[in-house]
Design a protein around this ligand. Structure first.
Ligand code: NAG
Ligand code: NAG
Ligand code: NAG
Ligand code: NAG
Length: 271
């Protein structure tokens, strides 16, 4: 049956196309997710700004401080959403750290963001005490125990290193996608290399963020013993993962999965 003699080759070619398409789709999704993580902090509209790597909820801190010093706490917080940051203008309810800036919210919707910087350092203790008037920052010094939460040098350097990993990983994802468009075995090989390098970088970046968030979360469970009593109080500070962390992990998974079809394509593609 000569009419069908070409069909195995056509089938392989079809499979090759599907394989390449699948790899391109995965690296595209990975790049898109990473762009969200990056742009989430640059954009000033409400929705994308909500993409943050880590959140620090300060809402219980005033009450904890009040219980501890046995005196009413006035003026620790500000409810002015546009009050300047790091000017002793008052603590905000919620702080969100991203890759390029951090934002401080007085309620669910209103807040202000810091100036943009390349590789925002995650230094929650410094940022928050800089918002307190000086009498409260003096009180806070001995009140918040020495945990990783206070270790701004470690947290700052690690978050900055993680930023560069995520940025380079994003570039690799984009390059994998672009080189994979020119359909031949060599470009697929190059795409596979970029996918491998990119997923490694994303793995390191996302892992560093996960570790520093987990370590700074030790603040969540700290209980302080009140003077002359057996009662303990929490600090009222809660650190939690932001959605940016999960998006970064999802981007890693997508890019990692794209390695296999890129490799299959570079070995089997007959263009
Ligand atoms: C902060 O924590 C408090 C108490 O745990 C909670 O009621 C509040 O909803 C939290 N705020 C945000 C913005 O998550
Ligand atoms: C809020 O802060 C801004 C900036 O410092 C200031 O211009 C404004 O007057 C403040 N608003 C209130 C109600 O205090
Ligand atoms: C942000 O940038 C403005 C203008 O460049 C500058 O005046 C201000 O001091 C900066 N704020 C901080 C917190 O660095
Ligand atoms: C604290 O607990 C110890 C033993 O559990 C008890 O002897 C002591 O009286 C308690 N002190 C106060 C102030 O409740």
């Amino acid at each position: 049956m000569p009419r069908f003699s070409k069909s195995p080759k056509v089938a392989i070619s079809m499979r090759g196309e599907i394989c390449v398409g699948f790899a391109s789709l995965l690296s595209f999704v990975s790049m898109l997710l990473l762009i969200f993580v990056h742009v989430g902090q640059i954009n000033t509209s409400t929705v994308p700004r909500n993409i943050a790597m880590v959140k620090v909820n300060m809402s219980g801190y005033g009450e904890a401080l009040e219980t501890f010093i046995l005196n009413p706490v006035f003026g620790l917080y500000t409810d002015n959403a546009s009050a300047p940051l790091q000017q002793q203008a008052g603590v905000r309810e919620l702080y969100e750290f991203g890759l390029y800036s951090y934002c401080a919210y007085v309620d669910d919707a209103h807040g202000t963001c810091s100036n943009h910087t390349t590789g925002q350092r995650y230094t929650p203790y410094d940022v928050i005490t800089a918002d307190m008037s000086s009498n409260y920052s003096i009180l806070t010094g001995p009140f918040i125990p020495e945990t990783t939460f206070r270790d701004s040098k470690y947290l700052g350097q690690s978050s900055r290193a993680a930023y560069w990993m995520l940025l380079l990983g994003t570039i690799c994802a984009a390059l994998a996608l672009i080189t994979g468009i020119a359909k031949n075995n060599w470009t697929f090989f190059v795409s596979a290399i970029f996918s491998i390098a990119g997923s490694l970088l994303l793995l390191i970046g996302a892992a560093i963020w996960t570790v520093i968030i987990k370590k700074s979360q030790s603040i969540n469970n700290i209980l302080l013993r009140l003077p002359n009593s057996n009662t303990t109080v929490g600090l009222g500070i809660t650190v939690s993962e932001g959605n940016g962390l999960f998006i970064a992990w999802a981007a890693f998974v997508c890019l990692f999965l794209s390695i296999i079809p890129y490799m299959l394509s570079c070995c089997t593609y007959r263009g």
